[in-house]
Ligand binder design. Structure first.
Ligand SMILES: Nc1ncnc2c1ncn2[C@@H]1O[C@H](COP(=O)(O)OP(=O)(O)OP(=O)(O)O)[C@@H](O)[C@H]1O
Ligand SMILES: Cc1ncc(COP(=O)(O)O)c(N)n1
Length: 260
């Protein structure tokens, strides 16, 4: 059984974070496990509160999973503070499994999920241990200063992120107008991942879902380009079937393949 570990924050509304990750892992036929870094009070309208866990609690959860069960791949999401980013980077660096790093900065509603003082730790400690980093365009701007307004800028964004040391980067162009296009590259190979844009406002959790799905593919022994292509197909289906819940932005449908 491929075993996939998410190191991320809890979303009480169930659309993003740990909850999105575990649902993705089940839907893609793997055993999902979690290290919770922070708890958010969150729903379709936004983030009403966030509380970090002590760094010892994060280390202990990680050791419990890795030392007994073992992991085939790791995925990181919301890490909240510089202290947590550095602890998680050290843990991942000492684990012999591929790591997908989603450098979560801000929620879809604009709520900060990472302290501004943690950006430097993401650049210098976390990105260098990533097998694949999956920033969106806002995260690219925050981390590198590169601003992208059209597909032409995706190569520049990828080069700026690769300079920090991840083996691969997948730049998510989901926030650009037109087709939903992402660029996956290791600096020599380029893979353009294209999908039709679904005109659906219920997209809470897209980034978490894509990164977890890549980790599932890697856990099954797929190459990075194979895992990314399969993950793109899965997230595109989940976005197409995203549904209303609460009064704001509803979640993507992690179970779309079961329901079809
Ligand atoms: N409306 C859409 N239709 C189809 N694909 C989309 C749409 N919006 C985003 N995507 C795709 O979803 C994936 C996640 O991209 P996105 O840019 O939404 O990530 P994100 O901003 O990190 O997500 P989140 O806001 O949940 O953290 C990418 O593959 C992107 O191309
Ligand atoms: C705990 C947690 N992790 C990640 C996200 C990003 O997801 P989104 O941008 O879809 O809100 C989130 N909202 N909450």
């Amino acid at each position: 059984m491929p075993r996939v570990l998410t190191v991320a924050g809890s979303d009480s509304g169930g659309g993003a974070g740990i909850q999105a990750d575990l649902k993705t892992m089940l839907a893609l036929g793997t055993h999902g496990m979690s290290v919770i870094t922070a708890v958010t009070a969150q729903n379709s309208l936004g983030v009403q509160g966030a509380w970090e866990l002590p760094v010892e609690a994060v280390r202990a959860q990680y050791r419990s999973v890795v030392d007994d069960i073992g992991v085939s791949a790791v995925k990181t999401g919301m890490l909240a503070s510089a202290e947590l980013v550095e602890a998680v980077a050290e843990l991942i660096g000492g684990t012999d499994a591929p790591a997908v790093v989603d450098p979560v900065g801000v929620s879809k509603h604009g709520d900060a999920l990472l302290a501004a003082t943690a950006l430097d730790s993401v650049r210098t400690k976390l990105l260098p241990v990533a097998t694949v980093a999956t920033p969106n365009l806002d995260e690219v701007a925050q981390l590198t200063g590169v601003r992208v307004e059209s597909e032409d800028g995706l190569r520049r964004a990828a080069a700026a992120v690769l300079a920090y040391g991840p083996a691969w980067v997948l730049i998510k162009g989901g926030h650009l107008p037109g087709e939903a296009v992402d660029l996956l590259t290791d600096g020599s190979e380029e893979h353009w991942l294209r999908a039709p844009r679904h005109d659906n406002r219920h997209t809470h959790g897209t980034g978490c879902t894509l990164a977890s799905a890549i980790a599932c593919g890697l856990a099954k022994g797929q190459s990075v380009p194979e895992a990314a292509a399969a993950a793109k197909e899965y997230v595109t289906g989940a976005i197409a079937e995203g549904f209303a819940l609460g009064g704001g932005i509803g979640p993507v449908d992690h179970g779309w393949r079961f329901r079809r």
